[in-house]
Design a protein around this ligand. Structure first.
Ligand code: TYD
Length: 210
């Protein structure tokens, strides 16, 4: 029987270097002979577009509306017949995803009721639990510097004080999730190659345990 694919998520506050590190991880996985599907949330669906519109500050949405929209987008992301996560995993393909429900907990869980956001994601049968989540940890000051260097405009969450709250929220959420999830924290304030070496180590250990 074909082995099921592995579902890996990278998380971190804005400016934590997820994009670069996802690329390094996927290159390594492919070198090891794995077939990998790279994806991200919000998705390229219509709902994803509504979300980007709100994240960019063009349309105001409450944290409750955002939570529900991210939920709908995530169900679509898991189940759609063209490039849904579930069918890739079922076909033995690994999925590496830039952000997932942990971001809903940390970002929307500040202004919306955290337990409600967690429950609706964790209790939804159509939303798969990742096999591994790697959290790129960077302090909000360093992330803010990276954001200013790389971009002219900022999204609604991209202020120093909000990023600090979100980072703290991530840690609260990881504590609440406890052993129900496999979450590994990486110090992302170091050089790209130091961070990616840590991620490779985590990935190889994770694979070895399976
Ligand atoms: P991001 O990874 O920053 O994408 P990009 O670099 O292309 O802008 O993600 C976009 C934003 O979406 C980010 O600020 C976090 C936010 N987000 C949530 O608020 N909740 C969620 O559930 C997800 C998946 C993302």
């Amino acid at each position: 029987m074909m082995n099921r694919g592995q579902f890996i998520v990278l998380e971190g506050i804005d400016g934590s270097g997820k994009g670069t590190q996802i690329q390094c991880l996927i290159n390594e996985m492919r070198k090891q002979g794995r077939t990998v599907y790279q994806t991200a949330e919000p998705t390229a669906s219509v709902t994803g577009g509504i979300l980007r519109d709100a994240l960019g500050g063009f349309t105001h949405r409450s944290a409750y509306e955002l939570s529900a929209l991210f939920l709908a987008d995530r169900i679509f992301h898991n189940t759609n017949p063209v490039n849904g996560i579930r069918q890739f995993l079922d076909n033995g393909i690994d999925v590496v995803c830039d952000r997932y429900y942990y971001s809903s907990f940390a970002y929307q869980g500040i202004d919306a009721d955290l337990q409600w956001v967690m429950d609706m994601n964790l209790h939804c049968r159509e939303i798969l639990k990742p096999d591994l989540c790697i959290f790129l940890d960077i302090d909000s000051q360093a992330s803010d510097e990276r954001i200013s260097k790389n971009r002219l405009e900022r999204e609604i969450y991209e202020t120093l004080s909000v990023q600090e709250k979100i980072r703290n929220r991530f840690f609260e959420v990881f504590a609440l999730l406890g052993d129900s999830e496999t979450i590994k924290i990486v110090d992302a304030s170091r050089t790209v190659s130091e961070v990616s070496a840590d991620i490779m180590k985590i990935y190889n250990e994770f694979k070895g345990e399976r």
